[in-house]
Design a protein around this ligand. Structure first.
Ligand SMILES: [Zn+2]
Length: 130
């Protein structure tokens, strides 16, 4: 199964109920199967088996081990991810888990749209800003 997940740039952003209904109707006109989810907390949406590396958003050094440590520290079963700021080990600059650069794309959010088997419309999705 091929799946495209779309999340807002702001991890805490959740559209209101009317906006979600409009969005759902619009997407259902384009795609056969979509799913819209609002989570209780900010969660991490990984890219599954395509996950490769995590880089500092300032100096672009790979920081996979540091990232794993911060993922464990930042997550709470009750509140999800807090996305607290930290100082990067490579260049001593302020960052957070959401600002780091991921290869392949993945991220954090409370709101998510999933498009199941989107066929050739991926390029349209990448160009669309929600
Ligand atoms: Zn750095």
């Amino acid at each position: 199964m091929f799946l495209v997940k779309i999340i807002p740039k702001d991890p805490s952003f959740v559209p209101n109920k009317t906006q979600i209904l409009i969005l759902k109707k619009l997407l259902e006109k384009i795609y056969d199967e979509i799913k819209i989810t609002v989570f209780d907390n900010i969660i991490f949406h990984d890219c599954g088996q395509n996950f490769e590396k995590v880089f500092c958003n300032h100096c672009h050094i790979e920081i996979n081990d540091f990232w794993q440590e911060k993922m464990n520290q930042d997550y709470c079963d009750i509140a999800g991810f807090k996305l607290n700021n930290f100082i990067t080990p490579c260049c001593n600059k302020k960052s957070n888990l959401n600002l780091l650069k991921y290869e392949k794309d993945q991220g954090f959010s409370k709101f998510m749209i999933e498009i199941i088997e989107p066929d050739s419309l991926i390029s349209v999705c990448k160009q669309t800003k929600l």
